[in-house]
Every structure is written in structure tokens, then in C-alpha cells.
Design a protein around this ligand. Sequence first.
Ligand code: T1G
Length: 694
Amino acid sequence: MAVNYTTQDGVAVITLNNPPVNGLGLSTRAGIVEGIERAQNDPDVKAIVLTGAGKAFSGGADITEFNTPKATQEPTLATVIKIVEGSAKPVVAAIHSVAMGGGLELALGAHYRIAAPGAQIALPEVKLGILPGAGGTQRLPRAIGLEAALNMIVSGAPVLSEKLADSGLFDEVVQGDLLEAALAFARKVGAKQGPHPKVRDRKIEHPNAAGFIQFARNSVAAIAKNFPAPHKCIDAVEAGVQNGFDKGLAFERECFIALVQTPESRALRHAFFGERAASKIPDVPADTPLRDISRVAVIGAGTMGGGIAMNFINAGIAVTLLETKQEALDRGLATIRKNYEASVKKGKLKPEALEERMALITPTLSYDHLRSADLIVEAVFEELGVKEQVFKRLDEVAKPGAILASNTSTLDVDKIAAFTKRPQDVVGLHFFSPANVMKLLEVVRGKETAKDVLATVMQLAKKIRKTAVVSGVCDGFIGNRMIEQYVRQALFMLEEGALPAQVDKAIEKFGFAMGPFRMSDLAGNDIGWAIRKRRYQERPDIHYSKIADRLCEMGRFGQKTGGGWYDYKTGDRTAYPSQVVDEMIGAFSKEINGERRKISDEEIVERLVFALVNEGAKILEEGIASKASDIDMVYLTGYGFPLYRGGPMLYADTVGLYNVERAIRRYAARPNGDAWQLAPGLAKLVAEGHGFNG
Ligand code: T1G
């Protein structure tokens, strides 16, 4: 039963019991109404306590019900709250751990609120692309004032209950047994004559409400460029201030219904569930026993190794940092310290925390010091021979059961595992540079990688605040394999008539953080050059544009050489279109007898994004990724894909796979069309009338 009902000394206790977070799904909503009505009809009951079992008072509306009939089936949350508020007997909400979204709105409908300290109080709807849809925009300003309420509603950020102790939201914040305190409070108010206080009857006091609301609009305009919800949050609060509670409530409802249908909200909800779904591996049971990871070792103190080490140190996990030469080790440590000093300067890290973190590093030049490590991550030079030496050495020194991880971004993890006598303990942990900043972690599962190794690293990823996505073994895993097709299209379009700045601008207007040419200049054009040279050997059948090789032969590796696809000025990262490069591109087209033509921004976006989608479909078919949302999480957290579009696979669903297939077939019939081998899986979904995400 989603709600339990008991009585204690004249107090009815209604307990939400819908694990994991007491989501206010239909059965829970109906259970609350049943409990309230039962209490009204019981003459022995003088008051009611509303509380939550388990890890939350309530995490809000059940977002798995959104856009399904249950979401709007009576009793809706608005109806439930009206019934709670209309109860003749006082309702006391007893709040612990989490009161979020609809959970907080429910508590605001009660007559009194008692909280335990440490509870997360929030109206996070805006983070899902919607707004509080059960009176939150009307009651919270009346409970804690216009400014505090608007800040909470527009940011969606949680505030700890004790910080709201004097805000007017709670009647008491109590240490000790919350239920006992709530029962005592209920008995006290139950003895009083009604009517009992309703938040909706309070006034919204503010000396200059219109001025503050305008200030809120200005501040939101900057951060909410592609998201309609923050603006609607302000509109709904303003409606209540100007026209009173009931009109404000009706307007809030209108805004909610409009927002919940938007593609932005669908994208944000997709990302919310995608983040959580990524940690679930279909064939690895959720209760797989984990290996204990107390001590980590990192081999290589370069850019990647240092960044990787910081992730563990930041989570309070001690790290042994191994290098081959003292000066490399010293350089690595100095870089880590410099990164922390920068955080201290920005006020993101307390000065004393800097030394605490540095003290967690044990630098060494000896493999012998890795013997006690539970997890060893190598971040050495990206060359199979070097990896072979490292893993053979690790096989000798690492203790039984230690997890041996490679940070390789392009090499075959199965080959690396085969350098050891314990392939079941080998896994890929592909961090993205800068490793201490980028959220994405590709966990590369070798064919022998043990299930408990996977379960352990997925749990550890959460601890070091990474979004971990499992990839099978293939060239480029998920992210880089797809980006290779994206770059191929970008290069072909230069041959056919576009210029770097036009391509970058078009895809940045679509929402990417950075276009392919600015990205390549930042990462270094020589990196792509090395990969293509390998490709020409391994896969001579694949047709690549050679235009980027021409750029590299000019020594234009990007920012690091003062020029790449763009020109750069010393100390200035601004990318200036380069006449030299544009002329080279024009000459290149002539050399290959390519007729340069005008390419529309729409074609640029379609070819870049659908190249990702088509390769993503192949990755799904091959089982390299187990679900489309995993691919989306890779692109949202590692490749600057715009969050409000939900990732390439969700975007394809939004466009309609039928239209994606038609576009791919169109490009396949044109110059450079051999790059467009339509993924059979995509065509199959179109034939079945399905999308990638159902
Ligand atoms: N509905 C359904 N499932 C939810 C859920 C929700 N609101 N919140 C969490 N879950 C699932 C989650 O998918 C995961 O599932 C499990 O619970 C544990 O979550 C009318 C319309 C509450 C702070 O936005 O912020 O109310 O993977 O891993 O770290 O105005 O979950 O185990 O199968 O995150 O302890 C507004 C979103 C809804 C809160 C707990 N509420 N949730 O964090 O656990 S809209 C939210 C969270 C609304 C009203 C509107 C967090 C948490 P699984 P978890 P956690």
C-alpha cells in the first residue's frame, strides 16, 4: 500500500510509503485523500500527522508518470493539497531527509510543518523544464517571502531545513525523534479550536515586489537562454502577487501544462533518468558485491594522470602517484597544487583543504609502492607497447583482486587485458580531459571484465562525481567513435563549399558548446592527424577528406602553434578566420575538381548531428552501448551537446526517425555519400514506427 494509516492517542498518522522517494504517484495521492477522509470521520481523531517512510518525506510528483494518463487522473496533487488544506482537523507535516517539488507543495498545504534538521527542501521543477505545478509558486512566497521563494523556485536548488528554521516555513525544527515531536505538536493544536492557519491566507509582503520581479527577470535572462521554464516561474509568482492566490494558482496550472509538453522539458527529464539509468548494467545484478576501494594508485603524473588523481583526492581517497622520473613526478605534483591554488583563489576550496588534499598523495618512482592498491589506473603514453610493459609489471606487483584500469582512449582493452594473467580484473576507465573537470567517464568493459569489477567502478564513479557510461570494446568506444563520423562530415563540407567559421557557427547556434574546427584547434589538429594516418593503414577502404592533412602539413596544429583552422594572437584564445586557410580550402576543392557550392546551415547541422545519430544506431545494434540514453549521456556530459535537446538520440526522436532516415538517404546519394551507410537498426525502428527512446 502506498500509504499507511494508524492512530495514536487521538492523532491519525498518514505515512507515505512509496519507495524509493515517496513519489506522489496516483496510488499515493489516492491513499492520502483516503487517510484524510478517514480521520475526518473518526471522532477520536483530533489531529493528523503526515509523514514519509524511508529516505524521504517525498521527492515530489512521480516523474515516471509524466505525459501518461495517471499524471492528470484525479485525485491530482492539486486536489490532494486542497483536501489537506480543507481538513477541519489540523494537519501537521513531519518532514525529514527530502521534501522536494510536489512533496514540499504537499507540506505547504498542511496547517503546520515540523522538520528534522538536514532535510533537503526544494522546488526543483525548473531543473526538469517545468515549474511547481501544485501551488508552489503561490504558497512558498506566502510562507517564506517573495525573494527567498523566487530564488528557490528559479534556481531549483535545495536549502537545508535548519537554514529555513526562522523563515516562516516551519513551526518547529526539532532534534531527536521527529514523529514523537510531531505527535506532541498535533495533540497540542488538536486541542485548539479551529480554523487552523492556511499558508494560502498569508499575505506576500514586499516593499517593491514589481522591482524585485524585474530584477529576477534580468538575472534569469542571462542564464535561461534556451530554457522557457525559469521565465514561467517568475510569471507565475508575479501572477499571484498581482492578482491574488486563486488567479495565480490557475495561471500556474496553465504554465505547467504548457511547459510539460515542451521538448526542453522532455530533454531534461530524459537526462535526469538517463543519468541514473547509466549506472544500471543489464546483466550485472544491482546487489553484486563490491570490491573495497580504499587506496588508489595512478601511473603517470602528466595532464591526464594528475587530473585523474585529483578526482580521487577530491573524494577523500588516498592516491599513490607513480612516475618514471623525479622531475616528471615533481612537475605533476606542482600542477595538481597549482590547480588547487586556483580553486582556493576562486573561493571554491578552503586554504586548509588544499594541504589536506595534497597530503593524500604519496608520490613514488617505484612499482613496489603499488602493492597495497585496490585500484590502479594507468595514464601512460597512448601506445600499445608502453601499455604492455605497464600491465605486465602490474601483473607482478598488484595484489590479488586489485582492479587494473587503463585510461586508454583509442586502444583495445581486450589486448591490454591479455598482457596480464588476470583479464577479469582489467577494465577501461576513459576519463576526458581535463580529467578533474569533465563529468563523463567511459567504463570500457572487456570481454573478460568481471561483473563485480564493473559494479565496483560504477559505484566508485558516483563517489568521484562522474557520470559513468559502460562501453563495449571498439575503436573509439562510444563518444570518439561517433565524433569521428561528425568530423568526417565537417571535413567533406569544407571540400564541398563551406568554411570553418560557417560550420562552427551553425553547429554552435544549434547549441553545441564548440564547433568541430574550434574544438580541433583547441585539442590539437595533430591528434586527429595521427588517428587518420593509422586509419589509412588499417582501413584503406574508408574515404576520408585529406583536407585536414593539408592543414597539418602546413604545421597548423591549432592554438598550440598559433594557428590551425583559425589564426590566433599570443595570449588570446579568440579564433580569427584565417585567409591563408580559406585560400588553401578553395585551392584544395579545385585540385579535386570539386565544384564549391553554397551549403546551408540547416545542411551543416543535419550532416553533423545525423552522422552522430547514425553511428550511435550502429553502436546500439552492436551492443557497444546497452541503451540510447547511455549514448545521450555521453554526449551531454562529454561532448558539449546542448542539454535542452537531450542528446543526439533523443534529438533524433524529436525530429522523427522517419525524417532522419530520409535525410541520410538524401546525403548518401550526393558527393561523399559513401560515408552515409544507413544503420539497419535505424531503418528497422522507422519501419516499426518506434524511436530510440521508446
Ligand atoms: N519521481 C520518480 N522517481 C524518482 C523521483 C521522482 N520525483 N525522484 C527520484 N526518483 C528515483 C530515481 O530515478 C532513482 O530511481 C531513485 O528514485 C533514487 O533517486 C507537481 C510536478 C529525491 C534528492 O525533481 O532530486 O514534483 O534509479 O538516485 O541521490 O510541482 O532523486 O533507483 O530506479 O536520485 O538519494 C520534482 C528529483 C518532481 C526530485 C533523492 N522532484 N529527485 O536523491 O537518489 S516534479 C524532483 C531528486 C514535481 C510538482 C512537480 C533525487 C532525490 P532508481 P536518486 P538520491
